[in-house]
Design a binder for this molecule. Sequence first.
Ligand SMILES: [Zn+2]
Length: 171
Amino acid sequence: MMRFLADAMLGSVARKLRIFGFDTLYVPDTSDNEILRLAAEQGRIILTADKELFKRMMKRGAQGVLVDGASDLDDMAHIFEKLGISADLSRMGSRCTSCNGALAQKRPDEVGGLVPATVLARHEGFWQCADCQKVYWDGGHLGRIRAFARTLEDRLADSSSTSSSSSSSKG
Ligand SMILES: [Zn+2]
């Protein structure tokens, strides 16, 4: 599974990639040299909106995608398209959006006291981050993310039907 490193401008894209289950390191306040070093060391694909950094990456043979940085949806569609990733929801909810830690599914009785009683009463699916202990539940936030994922899927389907000739050189 692909692993990513998102630079300072792409915090929101990093969180969305984590929601899809991708191991995504977010490094605000990090020099370009350090970004290049970390990515090489950890085998991560660099995501950046910085053209200068992208040029340096290409020179060094680092793997990366240059995005526009203006819209999460556009950026995600571009990244998924470039790397041939589908908007697959099967790994959704496997990674913490806050810290990139791994999430484990929990029973309601295991997260009692950690979430409001009304949430506990209304939901059955819970996940907890092994690193920062944050608790997630189905519905609400995850519901909005599912909607985002569907929009992204539609976008990918549209662009693959209109620009199929440009991707046929692959392989
Ligand atoms: Zn966490």
